[in-house]
Design a protein around this ligand. Structure first.
Ligand code: S3P
Length: 427
């Protein structure tokens, strides 16, 4: 499906975005592993989250929807039943890697499959630590899905992650929950910590010390969970306003966990006016309204620990860099090459089609701005974040930009194009 975006537009208004995708996956999964009934409010309607839900149902978990509330009946890890079907993770890396961690501790065999994109993504990073804990895992060519997981008795490990990945960290912790003895995971840089926060909220014995997490196997108690708005979705609306003097958007009820807020910091450093209002907390996660007022932006350099804290927002930095004065350099972001698409190549190609000159690096991109963007036909590369970043770029271009694969936005942000249209005004 194609979508058309006309620019330039004035961006103005107030919005709410769907529930956080990362927290939604975890709410369903930990709800299933807990003992008792979990009520989830604000669960994301994203396609990825439906993949997690479908897999859990295939493992015998009872999930009911009543009005806006999702009920998960948890019977502990032992309550999971051997699946009679392949576990279809769709496009969702989080579904596959987190489920791998759970299934590593279950005494039966499961096969996890994904779509074309997920079938190309690296899985050795999750299989390796789980094997060290005692699970048997087979992957195609040792690296790619389908994954055949034969779980069983696990022993806790001390493991240092080779890459900062919340998915791998979470998989090891979920296996650790079912293991004998404690598990210690250490990461090279802080990645999102929603799993740790939710485990602690549900009563797990978990200690954190800098980059290290220590978990002692514990039974989880069921507690209700409210999912805040997804900062990674809000980021598209923020970016649509940030580089446009006079623009103003207010996005209500967004999760602002500090392991996710790299993009807010980067925007501020570029000169955007970003204000957090009405800060509060729900089930251990900080939440706020985010007000962005557009400004003339300047280029910045990004590398190091901030990268994992804004990994999903980097396509937007590339777009904004074309509008900023001076050079923007992103390095240390090689993980972008193994997301739903190679996001460095995908954004590089689209920005070049728009007439921008960009320099790709193996681990990032350099862009000198400001550059005028041409409204042309762009490819979404069947990647939700590329599709939506292209729509934002289209709003900065003169004329009508056509974006292919637009339906892929539903992977994380159903309703994205309608919301964006509601904020875009002719004057
Ligand atoms: C996620 C972790 C990140 C992120 C992805 C969601 C999660 O992936 O890019 O969109 O929910 O744990 P990595 O763990 O591969 O860094």
């Amino acid at each position: 499906m194609e979508m058309r975006v006309r620019g330039p537009k004035a961006i103005r208004g107030e919005a709410r975005v769907p529930g956080d995708k990362s927290i939604s996956h975890r709410a369903l999964i930990l709800g299933a592993l807990a003992h008792g009934e979990t009520e989830i409010r604000g669960l994301s309607p994203a396609r990825d989250v439906r993949s997690t839900e479908g897999c859990l149902r295939a493992l015998g978990v009872e999930i009911r929807k009543e009005g806006g509330v999702v009920h998960v009946i948890g019977r502990g890890p032992e309550g999971l039943a051997p699946p009679k079907v392949l576990l279809d993770c769709g496009n969702s890396g989080t579904t596959m890697r987190l489920l791998c961690g759970i299934l590593a501790g279950r005494p039966f065999e499961s096969v996890l499959v994904g779509d074309e994109s997920l079938s190309r993504r690296p899985m050795r990073r999750v299989a390796e630590p789980l094997r060290l804990m005692g699970a048997r895992i087979q992957a195609r060519e040792g690296e790619h899905p389908p994954l055949r997981v034969r779980g069983g008795r696990l022993r806790g490990i001390r493991y240092r992650l080779p890459v900062a990945s919340a998915q791998v960290k979470s998989a090891v912790l979920l296996a650790g929950l079912q293991a004998e003895g404690e598990t210690v995971v250490e990461e090279p840089a802080p990645s999102r910590d929603h799993t740790e926060r939710m485990l602690a909220y549900l009563g797990a014995k978990l200690e954190r010390d800098g980059l290290r997490v220590r978990l002692v196997p514990t039974e989880l108690g069921a507690r209700d969970i409210t999912v805040p708005g997804d900062l990674s979705s809000a980021a598209f609306l923020m970016a649509a306003a940030a580089a446009r003097p006079g623009a103003e958007v207010l996005i209500r009820g967004v999760g602002v966990n500090p392991t996710r807020t790299g993009f807010l910091e980067a925007l501020r450093e570029m000169g955007a006016d970003v204000t957090l209002l009405n800060g509060h907390e729900v089930n251990g996660e900080p939440v706020a309204d985010i007000l962005v007022r557009g400004r003339e932006l300047r280029g910045i350099e990004l590398s190091g620990d901030i990268i994992p804290r804004m990994i999903d927002e980097l396509p937007l930095v590339f777009v904004l860099a074309t509008q900023a004065i001076g050079t923007t350099v992103v390095r240390g972001a090689e993980e972008l090459r193994v997301k739903e698409s190679d996001r460095i190549a995908a954004m590089g190609e689209n920005l070049r089609r728009m007439g921008a000159s960009v320099e790709e690096h193996p681990d990032g991109m350099s862009i000198r701005g400001p550059q005028r963007l041409r409204a042309v036909r762009l490819s979404g590369f069947r990647d939700h974040r590329v599709v939506m970043a292209c729509a934002v770029a289209g709003l900065y271009a003169e004329g009508e930009t056509v974006i292919g694969d637009a339906e892929w936005a539903d992977v994380s942000f159903p309703g994205f194009f309608d919301l964006l249209e509601g904020l875009a005004h002719d004057r």
